[in-house]
Design a protein around this ligand. Structure first.
Ligand code: SF4
Length: 320
């Protein structure tokens, strides 16, 4: 059912902020530390595909220290924590973030060993595990559900789009039905489930992006990360964009904010929002070149929703 008056939980930002929720739940900041266990990706090694998703260059979000610490997870945690403690001294809890590549893809004993290496660290309270929806076998989900009895465990799926044509266009190697199946199987085991979505993929119209709000609202998702498409050096999309920039229309900053506001109005109000955009390092980014910086996006989004007298879920229709 849509809400006709602003819900109290959304009063501050006009959308449900994951960070506010987590801070309230744990009594302070909960900070992720990126770790890399040397996993790969089935869309790169040939088991699903080769070359990977056309937008992907994992270097775009790997912190520098991970390039110097090999696969030693304890060293990665200590190095990352040393840096992050100076930046966020108020942090209450730390989570190891298996972010790059597909972190549920591998022999199950190898996966368990990597997760345990992070969990034995005395300051680590849990794991955030980023992965594709087509590599979460039931046996692994059962193991993660066991871990979740003792630790914070969050599974983060790359959804990217709810439109099969767009998923095919970016060589994703799975369809949206695969995503819905994985999210349902994970949530059925009580796991906290989040999703990563990209707005502006080639092959997806604005209406299709907005239609995704109803599709995602129907799923047992706890949170979403929302991103704008960026053309990153070293990707297939970068090659396509260099040859024919017009073939990949990119969202402008203002256009993106309006799209986010439209999307949030249609989204179930209890799906918390972890991110409203991203910023690939300038040395890696070809386009777009916005004047709006990442840190400005969240307040500008709230401003946009206030101007509309609107909020997350205002137009959400249950069972739509
Ligand atoms: S985005 Fe994820 S699934 Fe796609 S190629 Fe990159 S690591 Fe693999």
């Amino acid at each position: 059912m849509s809400s006709t008056s602003l819900p109290e939980a959304l009063a501050a930002r006009r959308y449900l902020s994951w960070h506010d929720l987590i801070r309230a739940r744990h009594g302070g900041r909960v900070q992720k530390i990126s770790v890399a266990a040397g996993f790969t990706c089935p869309n790169r090694d040939g088991s699903k595909g080769r070359g990977g998703c056309s937008f992907c260059n994992n270097q775009g979000f790997i912190p520098g220290y991970l390039r110097e610490t090999g696969n030693d997870i304890e060293l990665q945690i200590n190095t990352g924590m040393g840096f992050l403690k100076r930046r966020y001294p108020e942090t209450q809890r730390w989570l190891a973030y298996f972010q790059a590549y597909s972190n549920t893809y591998g022999e199950i004993e190898q996966l368990k060993a990597a997760y345990r290496q992070a969990l034995v660290h005395p300051d680590i309270s849990g794991l955030v595990i980023g992965t594709r929806p087509d590599c979460v076998p039931d046996e692994l989900l059962d193991y993660l559900a066991e871990l979740a009895q003792e630790y914070i465990i969050e599974l983060e799926f790359g959804i990217e789009s709810t439109t099969d044509a767009a998923l095919a266009r970016v060589n994703r190697g799975h369809d949206f039905a695969c995503t819905t199946d994985a999210i349902r199987r994970a949530a059925a085991r009580g796991l906290t489930v989040s999703g990563h979505l990209i707005f502006g993929l080639p092959g997806e119209s604005r209406d299709e992006m907005l239609a995704g709000a109803a599709r995602l609202s129907a799923l047992p998702l706890n949170s979403l990360k929302l991103h704008q498409l960026q053309i990153v050096k070293g990707t297939q999309l970068a090659n396509e964009w260099r040859k024919a920039p017009g073939s990949i229309p990119l969202l402008g900053g203002h256009e993106y904010l309006e799209l986010l506001a439209d999307f949030l109005e249609l989204l179930r109000p209890d799906i918390a929002i972890q991110r409203v955009g991203s910023e690939v390092p300038p040395a890696l980014r070809l386009a777009p070149d916005w004047s709006v910086r990442l840190s400005q996006l969240a307040p500008l989004l709230t401003e946009t929703l206030v101007k509309r007298d609107s909020w997350q879920g205002k137009k959400w229709q249950e069972n739509a």
